[in-house]
Design a protein around this ligand. Structure first.
Ligand SMILES: Cc1cc2nc3c(=O)[nH]c(=O)nc-3n(C[C@H](O)[C@H](O)[C@H](O)COP(=O)(O)OP(=O)(O)OC[C@H]3O[C@@H](n4cnc5c(N)ncnc54)[C@H](O)[C@@H]3O)c2cc1C
Length: 387
C-alpha cells in the first residue's frame, strides 16, 4: 500500500485548491473524489460565484479576503485563464440592518474602496433595481465574480502537473487511525497518509464523526432568468446585488431578514442568476436532487416583482445546489477534536471566493505549520468549548 504525506477527500472547491498547493510544495498528496469535479452534484457548479473583500459576514474574514484576491490574480497569470472579472458588488438593505453594518465595518477596517448610495442613487444608476426609499447600499467597486468550473479545472490541472495523484469516481467510505497516521477506505481500496483533509462539502457530515453533526446540508434552488434586454444585465455593467430585506415583525434579529441575490449574465444573451441565501430547506445530499417546485419559483418571482421588477415575469429555468451550514454560519476549518491528524473544512455557503487562500491555509495546517493568517476563529473546537 502506497503511503502519502496527505490524503485529500473531495476535490471540489477546498480540496482541489489544497491539493494544488501541497503538490506545488513538493508534498506527496493523493486526492480522491466520489465524482469528477467540476460537476453539478456538490456546491461548486453554476457558472459564477461572487467575490468581494468588504466582508459583511465579519472582519475575521478580512485577511483571507484580501489574500484570496491577490492569489486569484496570480493564478490567472500562471494558468493563462480568465478567472475573476470585476463588475461591482452592492449590499442593499435598511441602513441600520446587519448586512450594511457588516459591510461598512469590513470596508473601513480593511481600507477597501467603497461608495455609499441612497435608494434614489441605486435606481438612477441601475434602473432594473428597485429598492424602497428607506434602503441604502454599500458599493464595493473592485468586486466581481469568479468562474467556479474553470477555477476547479485549473486547480486540478496544476495539482496533477505538480505531481499530485488524483483519483475520480471513487467514494471514500471512512477512515481510521493506524500506526503512522490515518487509513482511508474507499469502495475499491485502502490508502494511508500521515494526515487527511475531509473536504467533502455537503456530504462531509458522515465522514467527520461527532463534528459531522454540526453540519446541515441545505437545498438552494437557483433561478436562471432571461432578462428583457441583452446589455443592462451583463457582467461589467450589472453589479452583483445582495439584498437583506426585513421580514414582517422584524425586531433586529438577523434571522428576521430575508436574504437573496442576483448575479449578472456572463455571456451576451445569457441569463441572470438569482437565489435566496437564508431561510433554506434541509436536504439529504445522498438523494438525487428534487426538481425546483412551483412554490419555490413563485417565492423568487415575488421578490423579483418587488426589487427587480423587469425580471419578475421573464422566463425562468431553475436547478439546485447545496450549502453546508454550521451552527454559527461561519467556516469550520481545522483539526478534529477526536484526532489531530484529520482536518475538516466546511464553508457555510460562502466559501468559493476564498478557494486559493483556503488551499494555502489548509496546506500549512496539513504540513504542521502555523498559517500566516490566524484561523483559530474557525476551529471545530469552538463548538466543543461551548458545551
Ligand atoms: C447556489 C450557490 C451559490 C453560491 N454563491 C457563492 C458566491 O457567490 N460566492 C462564494 O464565495 N461562495 C458561494 N457559494 C458557496 C461555495 O460555492 C461553497 O462554499 C463551496 O463551493 C464549497 O466548497 P467545498 O469544497 O466544501 O464543496 P464542493 O466544492 O462541493 O466539493 C466537495 C467535493 O467532495 C466530493 N465528495 C463528497 N463526498 C465524498 C466522498 N465520500 N468521497 C470522495 N469525495 C466526496 C464531492 O464530489 C465534491 O466534489 C455558493 C454556493 C451555492 C450552492
Amino acid at each position: 500500500m502506497h503511503h502519502y504525506d496527505v490524503i485529500v477527500v473531495g476535490l471540489g472547491t477546498a480540496g482541489s485548491a489544497t491539493c494544488m498547493t501541497l503538490a506545488q510544495r513538493g508534498v506527496s498528496v493523493l486526492g480522491i473524489d466520489a465524482f469528477h469535479p467540476p460537476h453539478p452534484l456538490g456546491s461548486h457548479h453554476g457558472e459564477t460565484r461572487s467575490i468581494r473583500r468588504a466582508y459583511l459576514e465579519g472582519t475575521a474574514y478580512l485577511p483571507m479576503a484580501l489574500r484570496a484576491w491577490d492569489l486569484w490574480r496570480r493564478l490567472e497569470k500562471d494558468a493563462g485563464e480568465r478567472l475573476l472579472v470585476t463588475t461591482g458588488n452592492l449590499t442593499i438593505g435598511p441602513p441600520d440592518g446587519p448586512a450594511i453594518s457588516g459591510f461598512l465595518a469590513s470596508a473601513r477596517a480593511g481600507g477597501i474602496p467603497h461608495d455609499w448610495l441612497t435608494a434614489a442613487d441605486i435606481r438612477k444608476r441601475w434602473p432594473p433595481l428597485a429598492p424602497p426609499g428607506h434602503f441604502a447600499a454599500g458599493l464595493e467597486i473592485e468586486a466581481g465574480i469568479v468562474f467556479p468550473e474553470t477555477c476547479i479545472r485549473v486547480f486540478l490541472t496544476m495539482a496533477e502537473t505538480a505531481g499530485a495523484t488524483l483519483q475520480f469516481d471513487e467514494r471514500v467510505t471512512g477512515w481510521a487511525a493506524v500506526p503512522g497516521g490515518i487509513e482511508v477506505r474507499t469502495a475499491s481500496g485502502r490508502y494511508t497518509a500521515g494526515r487527511v483533509l475531509i473536504a467533502a462539502g455537503a456530504r462531509a457530515g458522515r465522514l467527520l464523526g461527532p463534528a459531522g453533526a454540526l453540519l446541515t446540508p441545505k437545498r438552494i434552488p437557483v433561478h436562471w432568468i432571461t432578462p428583457p434586454d441583452a446589455t443592462a444585465y451583463q457582467l461589467g455593467r450589472f453589479p452583483v446585488n445582495f439584498w437583506q430585506v426585513p421580514m414582517a415583525g422584524n425586531t433586529g434579529n438577523p434571522a428576521a431578514y430575508r436574504e437573496f441575490y442576483a448575479l449578472p449574465a456572463v455571456k451576451p444573451g445569457g441569463r441572470v442568476k438569482a437565489a435566496f441565501h437564508n431561510r433554506l430547506a434541509d436536504v439529504d445530499p445522498e438523494l438525487p436532487p428534487l426538481p425546483v417546485s412551483t412554490a419555490e419559483e413563485t417565492a423568487m418571482r415575488a421578490v423579483l416583482e418587488r426589487f427587480l421588477p423587469p425580471l419578475s415575469d421573464r422566463p425562468i429555468h431553475s436547478d439546485t445546489c447545496m450549502y453546508t451550514l454550521t451552527p454559527d454560519d461561519h467556516f469550520l476549518l481545522g483539526p478534529l477534536p477526536q484526532n489531530g491528524n484529520v482536518f475538516a473544512v466546511a464553508l457555510a455557503g460562502h466559501g468559493f471566493k476564498f478557494a486559493p487562500v483556503l488551499g494555502e491555509i489548509l496546506a500549512d495546517l496539513l504540513e504542521g505549520l502555523i498559517p500566516a493568517i490566524d484561523v483559530d476563529f474557525f476551529s471545530p473546537v469552538r463548538f466543543v468549548r461551548r458545551e
